[in-house]
Design a protein. Structure first.
Ligand SMILES: NC(=O)C1=CN([C@@H]2O[C@H](COP(=O)(O)OP(=O)(O)OC[C@H]3O[C@@H](n4cnc5c(N)ncnc54)[C@H](OP(=O)(O)O)[C@@H]3O)[C@@H](O)[C@H]2O)C=CC1
Ligand SMILES: Nc1nc(=O)c2c([nH]1)NC[C@@H]1CN(c3ccc(C(=O)N[C@@H](CCC(=O)O)C(=O)O)cc3)C=[N+]21
Ligand SMILES: [Mg+2]
Length: 295
């Protein structure tokens, strides 16, 4: 069993990005800038936003975090976004999800200039991705990070059956769409499962590559996985753990202890997909910068 080390790959990637940022700075005398907006005080979101800002700085990029109170109106948020759209020092804009219920996610997605939409959530980016014009879009960071892991671990994907569990706009749908593109690290036959899927375990058991993006702790058990499968665990679930100072620990959507011995390769949580999401966000921000400067 290969334990796919997303933490290590993300560190490698960030070092590569740092070198590139340094070279570009010498050439054009400026660096990529990412602005993250967070509305409200969700503790998990605050952790991610801090991680993003820290990683940005490590690679020599500019990072700004805009913290807005939970009561911020949708109009006010849209005005903030518009100002960032028009700021030439900002190359990436990310509005952290989830948003308070009085703000419509769709309106926010539409407000972000597609050329700065480093999350890859805008329909223009989603559409280009589905069309296979991957050089004309931003690929959403979590699925992109998973592709990078499959590539760097030289996992054979051509003609394999990839089963994605989850169909959210931020993970499941883009993941499934990417896995059927004709690339070296994709080119799969794809099945997507969700809460209305019948006899799901019959489908997951056929997976050569199983991607779990459900949001339920330890949901994927041994009996749902074919021996020798590659298992990608996207889930980030907090469960109570009195032995930890924080009072909780993170587990994935896959029962790692049970499934890892029968898998051929598996991503752990933490240290798997999560750190890659952040690395790809920085990658997308650099890409935006290069496009803006015709580099
Ligand atoms: N590592 C990372 O970088 C990231 C991790 N995450 C984590 O990944 C997980 C998924 O996130 P996200 O996609 O946003 O979650 P959502 O809640 O938006 O989507 C969950 C999906 O799982 C499906 N689902 C829920 N319960 C079942 C079930 N019993 N059987 C089959 N399918 C089910 C839902 O089906 P339906 O559509 O029918 O409701 C839905 O499509 C979360 O733990 C999240 O924290 C998310 C983003 C990035
Ligand atoms: N607009 C938007 N874009 C996102 O990409 C986005 C979002 N909203 N909302 C929430 C989800 C979740 N997400 C994660 C990013 C990093 C880790 C990560 O770094 N995880 C570490 C551990 C982090 C920890 O210790 O809590 C790991 O798995 O090893 C996890 C989850 C991005 N998301
Ligand atoms: Mg969601």
């Amino acid at each position: 069993m290969i334990r796919i080390d997303g933490k290590k790959v993300s560190t490698d990637l960030k070092n590569e990005l740092k070198t590139q940022v340094g070279e570009l700075r010498a050439k054009v005398n400026c660096v990529p800038g990412l602005t993250v907006i967070i509305v409200g005080e969700d503790p998990a979101s605050q952790v991610y936003v801090r991680n993003k800002a820290k990683s940005c700085k490590e690679t020599g990029m500019n990072s700004t975090v805009i913290e807005l109170p939970a009561e911020t109106s949708q109009d006010e948020l849209l005005e903030r976004i518009d100002a960032l759209n028009n700021d030439p020092d900002v190359h990436g804009i990310l509005v952290q999800q989830p948003l308070p219920s009085h703000i419509e996610e769709y309106a926010v997605t539409m407000a972000i200039d597609p050329s700065k939409d480093v999350d890859g959530f805008h329909p223009e980016n989603v559409g280009q991705m589905v069309l296979g014009n991957l050089d004309k879009c931003f690929i959403s960071c979590t699925p992109y990070g998973i592709l990078e892991l499959l590539k760097r671990y030289e996992i054979e994907t051509k003609g394999k059956h990839c089963v994605v569990v989850g169909r959210s706009n931020i993970v499941g749908k883009p993941m499934a769409n990417l896995m059927l593109q004709k690339l070296r690290e994709t080119n799969c036959t794809v099945t997507v499962c969700h809460s209305a899927t019948r006899n799901m375990e019959e489908l997951t058991r056929q997976a050569d590559i199983l991607v779990a993006a459900i949001g339920r702790a330890n949901f994927i058990t041994k009996d749902m996985v074919k021996p020798g499968a590659v298992v990608i665990d996207v889930g980030i679930n907090r469960i109570d753990d009195a032995s930890r100072k924080s009072g909780y620990r993170l587990v994935g959507d896959v029962d790692f202890d049970e499934v890892s011995p029968i898998s051929s390769a598996i991503t752990p949580v933490p240290g798997g997909v999560g750190p890659m999401t952040i690395a790809m966000l920085l990658h997308n921000t650099l890409q935006s910068f290069m496009r803006a400067h015709n580099l």
